[in-house]
Write a protein that binds this ligand. Structure first.
Ligand SMILES: Nc1ncnc2c1ncn2[C@@H]1O[C@H](COP(=O)(O)OP(=O)(O)OP(=O)(O)O)[C@@H](O)[C@H]1O
Length: 752
């Protein structure tokens, strides 16, 4: 069967033609000898491999035929055009090997001749190299300030016209414009990377660029095929694997390029085997979830017996992973039960519950099960499935917390202490607690304070014991203990590969559980995280919970979702704070960039709540008038109460809106209002952040009652929440408040 390769300009078509184009390619994929396809060369085409094919009476497909030694040809599909346009495009399009780096590229014939390289390069104004003391670097060509010359760009293989334009770009926005015009995706990416200070060697490594051993032979189909398969070429050329992929790409107006056009780094993280646990970090929108989905599919396809667990913070996000994996591969077998071959998708708490439910039904009466529960909670009832309400902390504090210092008398303090110290360390007695090290907990405790804290913990546990209940930290830890016990007795673990999204939000007990799902070994655990998006729980260091990723941590830096303008604003929310990643290293935003442009975020400060509702109605109404589908617009709020009021206020202003919570379907036809927490992992075309003021509900709430160290961390989480919310916007962001502007928002200049 001929192999179809989607080229960079396979383009968008409207409905009827799309169907015809798909039918054409489907037949071509079966056999290029199918009657009626009329695959023909064009007289006078610049590229001898160019063919056109008959889609119908009016439309023709433009293709590049690469035969090589293979029995079946490869066809690069360059799009479907009306007859005359197809012929003129086919005459000028050339797919060739870039002589500098061996990457396949689509160029126009006129780019290959006139004017010579030397002539074009002389277009670059000869400014002297800047001297740090006497030059205003802000008005100096960006690349020159980084010590990059045109010759370096040409050497990388960047198209000469693009190189010349890039060399004179003085601002980020000018560079973005050049990058967007670049004839190949890898070139735009390389230019943006270089312009923010990434070195030439790193750029080459990230894109897998290296000089070919010999001058490419333009006649050689084999060489062209190799060139098409280079990772950097695959940002523009996608080898289509089956009918479903073809149908999605050609027929689906919402086709996501993420399904087939991966960045070389994404490709590497998705497909390369790893000899142990791996951590992939990256800012919002850099494609961490995309990598996980591709990796899950790859592992399951490579070994159909493999038990792949794909998990995340909660069931809403798990439902979204399931839906997106279905889009990527509708035929991929999903496992129904944990431990079955295929991909099993669930939130981490659902996994804990699954393990416990099975274990309790089989072992509840056994001594071993009782010992497992006791190893985490001390001697108590072996029944653990019922949930413990967080309110039990309040009861325990009020009955047994008389000796506590006032700043420790809060549910939030106990939840944090319990989840990060008591449960993961399997503390079952007061003596254990007096001895345990509490690294990472900013709040110091004297011996007397520890005793007072333990009294409350003991009371909390006693009341949960009486109810036969456990909280989610306890459930995860008992499940992990159980899995370790049965594995030590020789039973196989439940998974071969565990893939984790939103790792930054997982409490220690959840990490211990995920570690216990698979035996230590190659490709055991792959964890995606962005520490700057931690909006739940405490800071966590992976190595404390048996997850060793030393030397196996990488970072993605290209944001595919958000425009450069929105990204700059969102990153402004993070600035001035210290951030650490899950290896306790600096979490840097260096190199984090977007290749897309759009309007600068708009800020609207209102003088009353009614005024703010009015502004929200006006902003959303304008977007709807422009033709945006309502469900592509998000209004993000701090709390459900605020959200309900916003829905009401929008409806009064004739904007149909609905409040979305938990894993309710978003549906179509309404503007979506949701809490910023609920918006995690989602994206919208345009976003309103509503009520970003210390005078409005939610911000800073409860922090004053926390110990100082916990308060600082709570403020970091609020920044992260705002960052998460702002980075949900693909194209445009509006930030609204009533009263004072929140100090968490970036300095006013970033908004411009
Ligand atoms: N190679 C790609 N080509 C085109 N689009 C991509 C690519 N990779 C990712 N995207 C798109 O970028 C957006 C962000 O991707 P994804 O959700 O995987 O990022 P993320 O790092 O998990 O983000 P977040 O941390 O904000 O949840 C999605 O719309 C995705 O389809």
């Amino acid at each position: 069967m001929p192999q179809i390769i989607l080229g960079p300009s396979f383009g968008k078509l409207d409905g009827a033609v799309r169907k015809a184009a798909f039918a054409f390619l489907e037949k071509l994929q079966e056999s290029d000898a199918t009657p009626g396809l009329h695959i023909e060369p064009i007289n006078g085409s610049a590229d001898p491999r160019i063919r056109t094919g008959r889609v119908n009476d009016f439309w023709r497909a433009v293709l590049v035929k690469v035969q090589g030694q293979a029995a079946e040809a490869h066809y690069v599909y360059l799009g479907t055009y009306q007859h005359d346009d197809a012929i003129s495009y086919a005459k000028s399009a050339v797919v060739r090997i870039n002589p500098r780096n061996g990457i396949a590229e689509l160029v126009k014939a006129d780019q290959l001749d006139a004017p010579t390289l030397e002539e074009r390069v002389t277009k670059v104004p000869a400014k002297q190299k800047p001297k740090p003391d006497d030059v205003d670097l802000a008005t100096y060509p960006l690349l020159q300030t980084q010590g990059i010359a045109v010759a370096d760009l040409l050497d990388l293989g960047i198209d000469p016209d693009t190189a010349v334009d890039a060399a004179v770009a003085e601002t980020e926005d000018q560079m973005l414009a050049v990058a967007q015009r670049a004839p190949a995706a890898w070139q735009g990416d390389a230019l943006l990377d270089l312009s923010i200070g990434t070195g030439l060697a790193t750029v080459k490594e990230k894109l897998g660029l290296s000089a070919p051993a010999a001058e490419p032979d333009p006649q050689s189909d084999e060489q062209l095929l190799t060139a098409l398969k280079q990772p950097a070429a695959q940002m523009d050329f996608a080898f289509i694997e089956d009918d479903a992929e073809l149908r999605a790409a050609i027929e689906d107006g919402n086709f996501g390029r993420w399904r087939v056009f991966l960045h070389p780094e994404q490709r590497d993280y998705a497909f390369r085997p790893r000899n142990g646990s791996f951590r992939l970090s990256g800012g919002a929108g850099t494609g961490k979830t995309v990598v996980l989905l591709h990796r899950a599919r790859h592992l399951a396809r490579t070994n159909p017996d493999a038990r792949v667990v794909l998990t995340t913070f909660n069931r809403t996000l798990a439902a979204s992973l399931r839906e997106t994996l279905r889009l990527l591969d509708p035929d991929l077998p999903l496992a129904k039960e944990l431990g079955d071959p295929g991909v099993y998708i669930a939130g981490v708490d659902a996994i804990a519950r699954r393990v416990l439910a099975t274990a309790e039904s089989v072992h509840a009466a056994s001594q071993a099960w009782g010992e497992t529960v006791a190893s985490v909670l001390g001697a108590r009832s072996p029944y653990v499935l019922e949930p413990t309400a967080a309110a039990r902390w309040d009861a325990a504090i009020s009955t047994h917390g008389a000796d506590l210092a006032p700043e420790l008398r809060s549910q939030a303090f106990f939840v944090a202490e319990y989840a990060t110290v008591v449960v993961p360390n399997r503390i079952v007695s007061r003596d254990d607690y007096l001895r345990v090290r509490r690294p990472g907990r900013g709040v110091p405790l004297s011996r007397a304070q520890r005793v007072a804290v333990w009294n409350v913990v003991a009371a909390y546990r006693a009341s949960a014991d009486a109810a036969g209940s456990t909280d989610w930290d306890e459930k995860a830890m008992i499940a992990a203990a159980h899995l370790d016990t049965v594995a030590a007795a020789g039973t196989a673990r439940l998974a071969d590969h565990v893939l984790v999204d939103e790792g930054q939000d997982l409490a220690p007990s959840r990490l211990v559980l995920l570690r216990a799902l698979a035996a230590q070994g190659p490709d055991d655990l792959f964890l995606a995280e962005d520490s700057q998006q931690r909006i739940y729980g405490q800071k966590v260091v992976l190595s404390r919970y048996g997850i060793n990723v030393r030397g196996r941590s990488r970072r993605l830096t290209l944001n595919y979702r958000t425009t450069a303008q929105v990204l700059r604003y969102a990153v402004g929310v993070l600035s001035g704070e210290e951030w650490v990643d899950m290896e306790a290293d600096d979490a840097t935003v260096t190199g984090y960039r977007s290749a897309r442009t759009g309007p600068a975020p708009v800020e609207v400060g209102a003088t009353s709540l009614v005024d703010e509702y009015e502004s929200a109605g006006a902003v959303v109404g304008k977007w709807l008038d422009q033709g945006d589908a309502p469900e592509t617009l998000g209004v993000l709020v701090r709390t459900k109460t605020i959200g309900d009021k916003v829905v009401h206020a929008l409806s009064e202003r004739k904007v149909k809106a609905k409040f979305v919570q938990d894993d309710a379907a978003t549906g179509t036809g309404s503007v979506l209002v949701m809490t910023m927490h609920r918006s995690k992992g989602m994206e919208f075309k345009r976003v309103v952040l509503f009520g970003v003021s210390p005078d409005e509900g939610g911000w800073g709430v409860g922090q004053s009652s926390l110990p100082e160290a916990d308060r600082a961390d709570a403020e970091l989480r609020e920044r992260s929440l705002l960052y998460v919310a702002a980075t949900r916007a693909r194209d445009e962001l509006a930030v609204l408040w009533n009263g004072r502007r929140s100090g968490l928002l970036p300095a006013a200049a970033s908004a411009g």
